[in-house]
Design a protein. Structure first.
Length: 84
């Protein structure tokens, strides 16, 4: 999901008395990741993290994050090792 506006995220965090650490615990990500979102260093996150952030801050889905900006995760493929 793509963050619409870092300042809006900060404003909702203040209004709901959330620190970066508290929000990161709720969303299941690192405090550094939340810091990158509020500072504008990062603008995207997974759908699950975006949903949890909006849930924690008690805003309607789509208020803070644009769902059309979701990063696509590549499936991990394990390759069989061939003997040398």
């Amino acid at each position: 999901m793509r963050l619409r506006n870092p300042k809006l995220l900060v404003d909702y965090m203040k209004a709901n008395d959330f620190t970066q650490a508290r929000l990161s615990r709720y969303a299941g990500c690192s405090r550094q990741f939340i810091h990158m979102l509020v500072s504008g260093e990062r603008t995207t996150c997974t759908t699950e993290v975006g949903r949890l952030i909006e849930e924690a801050l008690r805003v309607l889905p789509g208020t803070l994050f644009d769902p059309s900006g979701s990063p696509v995760r590549r499936p991990s493929v394990k390759r069989a090792r061939t003997p040398a």
